[in-house]
Design a protein around this ligand. Structure first.
Ligand SMILES: [Zn+2]
Length: 372
């Protein structure tokens, strides 16, 4: 059976110099996929000044959907900060490649949602796009420690103000009192922590639903970039709620990415966020994997995650997000890894080939084409 793929092209951050796109080279790479598979859409973003007209014309000629790749709660100035348990702003900077930002505004704050709509209208309301691919639709993860996760107590997060003190998680192998992982959610024995994460899920779902409704009202389709389920719980991404407002979702199954959303990376950040010696940190990591019913993050585990996702997303399409790009330090993607993912991941509607076609070596494209 012919596979379906979606493809991402990064054009630079909101306020960085736009990437100078080599359009003939991009067309050559894309033509390989057109010869072999169905390209459902290409997600292009998010620099507003990038010259993409010729690329969009080409994609239109091929009948490929064109999506704007749009980060939502991180990447712009002007967001009000998250507020921590001590009622002061939470610092959660993280230095990423190419100036990509991971300083999140609170998803509950209606001003933040208005802010991204205004930015869109000022910079992207042209007729290039068929859909909007919403990225960074979440609360922060553990990449800057535990404090950004144990939020938020801003004026928009009133329901959390009623919780009795969220106790400082202990320096144990199970600091969040995780009991079980079923239906893509963790059962947590500590009532305050359970309510914190339930609140985050409701908040992100409500905000993304409002934003998706706004874009759908303008005639756009919606795609969502999501953490893998066993990590998404901690950032407020609930597949059940979010899938309802999307035409497709892209769970990021990045097993070889050592940067935010990467599966080994985020797991290590969780384990390290609560302190302790290397032995404790390793025990904490192994404990979470045991709760998630696996011994390691491998293809079998991802396939179980995909089956779990299918049970809650109805007719929404699922494109498994896998890396094909190459970055020596944070994404050393090899051809065997690409072949393993494409040949062994099952039950998705296709693959989201990430993160950026322009930084994908020819060998990696050849490996993907062979396996598709
Ligand atoms: Zn808040």
């Amino acid at each position: 059976m012919r596979n379906t793929v979606t493809i991402q092209i990064h054009t630079g951050g909101f306020d960085s110099t736009p990437a100078s796109l080599d359009i003939p080279a991009i067309k050559k790479k894309l033509s390989g996929f057109y010869n072999k598979t169905h390209v459902e859409c290409v997600m292009i973003g998010w620099n507003p000044k990038a010259e993409i007209g010729e690329l969009v014309d080409y994609l239109r000629q091929q009948g490929t959907g064109v999506y704007l790749w749009l980060p939502v709660f991180s990447g712009l100035d002007g967001f009000s900060p998250l507020i921590g348990t001590n009622r002061t702003p939470v610092v959660h900077s993280y230095k990423a490649e190419k100036g990509e930002r991971f300083d999140f505004g609170c998803p509950a704050d209606h001003n933040n949602i208005r802010h991204i709509k205004q930015y869109f209208e000022a910079n992207f309301s042209d007729d290039y796009y068929d859909g909007i691919f919403l990225d960074k639709i979440r609360f922060p993860s553990f990449i800057s420690g535990k404090d950004p996760v144990l939020t938020c107590f801003c004026p928009f997060c009133q329901p959390l103000h009623n919780l009795s003190e969220i106790r400082e998680p202990l320096n144990t192998e199970n600091p969040l009192d995780l009991v079980a992982y079923t239906g893509l959610r963790y059962e947590i024995s500590n009532e305050n922590l359970a309510e914190l994460f339930a609140y985050k899920a409701r908040t992100v779902t409500d905000s993304v639903t409002a934003l998706a409704t706004y874009f759908r009202g303008k005639g756009y389709k919606i795609g969502l970039d999501l953490f893998a389920p066993y990590l998404s719980f901690f950032v407020g991404q609930d597949y059940n709620g979010l899938a309802k407002c999307a035409d497709f979702i892209k769970p990021m199954f990045y097993r070889e990415t050592y940067a935010p959303a990467g599966l080994p990376f985020e797991l290590n950040m969780y384990a390290a966020a609560f302190g302790g010696d290397p032995h404790m940190i390793e025990s904490r990591k192994q404990h979470l994997l045991r709760v998630a019913n696996t011994s390691e993050v491998n293809v079998d585990f991802i396939n179980r995650e995909i089956i779990g996702i299918r049970e809650v997303i109805g007719d929404t399409k699922l494109y498994a997000g896998i890396e094909i790009n190459y970055n020596e330090r944070i994404a050393p993607i090899t051809t065997p890894y690409i072949r393993e993912n494409i040949s062994q991941l099952k039950n998705a509607d296709g693959f989201a080939l990430s993160w950026d076609l322009c930084s994908t070596p020819d060998d990696n494209i050849s490996a993907a084409l062979e396996a598709l």
